[in-house]
Design a protein. Structure first.
Length: 265
């Protein structure tokens, strides 16, 4: 079992995204299509040091959904792997134990710490694994993960209860989800996310190696979005033990347009 704690829960008045934002999720195929014209820039991402990256899919998704992202990271020189547990229907019996075994095996095989990436619910797994096994984790990157909001601040909570057979309210009471793991932690999110209320993906500065990176994306498209891919590659390329916050300025102001200021009102 992952460790449970007793810290006050987040704002319970946070509603899920509006129906208008939910309707905008249909733009995900266009985000995927944008990868081709963006490829020359993506291929110039910071060089990899070859460490292992484990990628966790979102709710009701499988490793097939993370193939494009893992393929891209592979071209940069990372050794990548999925979670190898079929469709993600929540933390059913044995799911988290298998994830911990995979993390230990990856560390043993490489002799190095492993980076964890999680899309949506997969990011919650990645964060909690890093809290329990921080000595094995180099860093955590989440994509639209609902760790900081109340349990029903997403448009997917009913799907979660249906597929997992668990009460989402009881699940939230078991874990201290808002607290960051004690490793470099990056939350990539979008204010136009139609599934997860973006405020629920904002990481508070629990320690000096936490940050939020905003991109313009749909929830379904976050793992296929060129700007999200660049941010992931940039974060993975940081030398171990020499973490620095993401630099969102440069390229004649273009970068600050692609990555809006997360601190703006």
């Amino acid at each position: 079992m992952l460790m449970a704690t007793s810290r006050p829960r987040p704002n319970h008045d946070l509603p899920p995204p509006s129906l208008a934002l939910l309707a905008l999720e249909c733009r995900a195929p266009f985000e995927f299509g944008a990868l081709l014209p963006a490829w020359p820039a993506l291929s110039r991402a910071p060089a990899s040091d070859g460490h292992t990256v484990l990628v966790f899919p979102g709710l009701s998704a499988s490793d097939a959904t993370t193939v494009p992202l893992r393929g891209y990271l592979g071209t940069l020189g990372y050794k990548t792997a999925g979670w190898s547990q079929g469709f993600n229907f929540g933390p059913r019996a044995g799911v988290l134990e298998k994830a911990k075994r995979d993390l230990r095996d990856a560390c043993d095989a490489s002799g190095r710490k492993v980076s964890l990436i999680g899309w949506s619910l997969g990011g919650v797994y990645a964060r909690e694994l890093a809290k329990e096994l921080p000595d094995l984790v180099r860093g955590v990157i989440t994509l639209g993960s609902p760790f900081a909001g109340p349990p029903k601040s997403t448009n997917a909570w009913r799907v979660y209860e249906l597929t997992s057979g668990r009460s989402i309210d009881r699940e939230h009471e078991q874990f201290n989800l808002p607290v960051a793991p004690p490793v470099p932690t990056t939350s990539i999110y979008s204010r136009s996310d139609g599934i997860v209320a973006w405020q629920g993906s904002i990481q508070q500065p629990d320690h000096d190696e936490t940050e939020n990176i905003e991109v313009v994306a749909s929830h379904i498209g976050l793992g296929l979005n060129p700007s999200a891919w660049w941010a992931v590659a940039d974060r993975l390329a940081q030398p171990e033990g020499a973490w620095r916050p993401f630099e969102r300025t440069g390229l004649y102001g273009l970068k600050s347009f692609i990555y809006p200021d997360p601190a703006r009102s």
